[in-house]
Ligand binder design. Structure first.
Ligand code: NDP
Length: 436
């Protein structure tokens, strides 16, 4: 905390990992003597830069952009770009730190990074978004590349923004190379990338329930968010026979007690992705559902499973209590660090299955890794091949968590398992490199 004043999110993320790792390295002096954890909590580098752009009224706007390159021990830095008013250096440092462990868990050669800006894309015209993205890339391009650092999308950075960013990168370097993932299918993108995080989280959940002798069939699920992760998780949940009760955005949530079926979900996808509308419009189309505004969250809705898929710290201690009172079976983190430290503790202590983000939402970066491989080979793999790879990969991540997180009675602490498995992989490489 003294080394990172005011960076609460970053300190929170490090604290979560450190607790598990300290126990594990207590009798392993090779890690402690080499100060591996200390080194991992100091990013390799942080680039901060001015992003100057002109709005539609010809006013000059000045924003700040960042790229946090946390660790490249096992591969090029890799992690998304986030455009949202809540972005700070602390938020990006926490995300880059987490990304390092998550990427290690995928088994692919990917280091950890993250970047973005507090620029708010909401309400901006296409032309304004394009000018912002071009200005952002005019600085970022010199810090990235297919062997150096490969950014992708995140909150506020979807296929439109990736298009503008990649277009500007290509124009500046005069090379077509896979320096960004999440690209459109017609210009180097991978099948299944848009679906991968949400689908992967549900594949992880299915494996976790299976391991506990249960299944997803007939389970009710409360989801937050209505973006890329939430909507694809909802789709796979519905396909798996579960009943999706809620979705949200930053204004509030909708609760459909009859369940959001595929037809209703298609309507929401068009609302969010084509019309860029608000989730409250759902109740005008489906009046039997309820809308709860003023930023309300869905955690008090009775359910079997909760999947926070919007943003960090959306489940606090009170929300955790509500989930425990409702006797939920599992909490699966689709978003990054959506559960506060105290809430995660309470959920884990209550014996609820808890799938941490770095394991549960690793499917997106994994398919991004596969997009990099396809770009390097100049090939495109089909949907089915990628879906099989994603299913296998999520199963392997699950099993690594079990390997490092199961106690003598067979009860699995998935968060501990994920932290230790990720640390072991990255630390092993860092030890091989000596003091660098
Ligand atoms: P999107 O921008 O597509 O969607 C984000 C959703 O969360 C929107 O519905 C948004 O509502 C809501 N939201 C964002 N910020 C807040 C907030 N402060 N309070 C309440 N609601 C909020 O992002 P993604 O779906 O891509 O990402 C969601 C989470 O998943 C993030 O934590 C991200 O880091 C993580 N993630 C994403 C991956 C991916 O492949 N996309 C990969 C791994 C993790 P509104 O429109 O009102 O802002």
């Amino acid at each position: 905390r003294e080394r990172n004043p005011g960076q609460d999110e970053f300190v929170q993320a490090v604290g979560e990992v450190a607790r598990d790792v300290f126990d594990w390295i207590a009798d392993k002096p090779e890690y402690t003597d080499a100060q591996i954890l200390r080194r991992l909590t100091e990013p390799d580098r942080i680039v901060s830069f001015r992003v100057c752009w002109e709005d539609d009224d010809h006013r000059i706007r000045v924003e700040r952009g960042w790229r946090v390159q946390n660790n490249n021990a096992i591969g090029p830095y890799k992690g998304g770009l986030r455009f949202h008013p809540s972005v700070t250096e602390s938020v990006l440092k926490f995300l880059a730190f987490e990304q390092t462990f998550k990427n290690a868990l995928t088994g692919l050669p990917l280091g950890g990074g993250k970047g973005g800006s507090s620029f708010d894309p909401k309400g901006k015209s296409d032309a304004e978004i394009m000018r912002f993205c071009q200005s952002f890339m005019t600085e970022l391009y010199r810090h990235i590349g297919p062997h150096t650092d490969v950014p992708a999308g995140d909150i506020g950075v979807g296929s439109r923004e990736i298009g503008y960013l990649f277009g500007q990168y290509k124009r500046i370097v005069n090379r077509w190379e896979g320096a960004i993932t999440g690209k459109g299918l017609g210009w180097g993108g991978s099948e299944l990338r848009p679906e991968a995080t949400g689908f992967g989280a549900v594949y992880f959940l299915r494996r976790m329930l299976d391991h506990a002798g249960d299944s997803l069939e007939g389970k009710s699920v409360v989801l937050s968010g209505a973006g890329n992760v939430a909507l694809h998780a909802a789709q796979k949940l519905i396909e798996s026979g579960a009943k999706v009760l809620t979705l949200s955005d930053s204004d509030g949530f909708i609760h459909d007690a009859d369940g959001i079926d595929q037809g209703k979900l298609d309507w929401i996808k068009a609302l969010k992705q084509e019309r860029r509308g608000r989730i409250k419009e759902y109740v005008e189309e489906y009046p039997d559902a309820e809308y709860h505004g003023d930023g309300a969250q869905p955690w008090d809705v009775d359910c079997d499973i909760a999947m926070p898929c919007a943003t960090q710290n959306e489940i606090d201690e009170d929300d955790a209590k509500a989930l425990i009172d409702h006797d939920v079976l599992a909490v699966v983190e689709g978003a990054n660090m959506p559960t506060t430290h105290a809430a995660a503790r309470a959920i884990r202590d209550a014996g609820i299955l808890f799938a941490p983000a770095k394991a549960a939402n690793a499917g997106g970066v994994a398919v991004s890794g596969l997009e990099m491989s396809q770009n390097a080979e100049r090939v495109s793999w089909n949907h089915e091949k990628l879906d099989n790879q994603l299913t296998d990969l999520m199963a392997e991540i699950h099993d690594k968590c079990v390997e490092h997180g199961a106690d003598k009675d067979g009860k699995v602490d998935y968060a501990r398992g994920a932290n230790i498995a990720g640390f072991e992989k990255v630390a092993g490489a860092m030890l091989a490199f000596g003091v660098v």
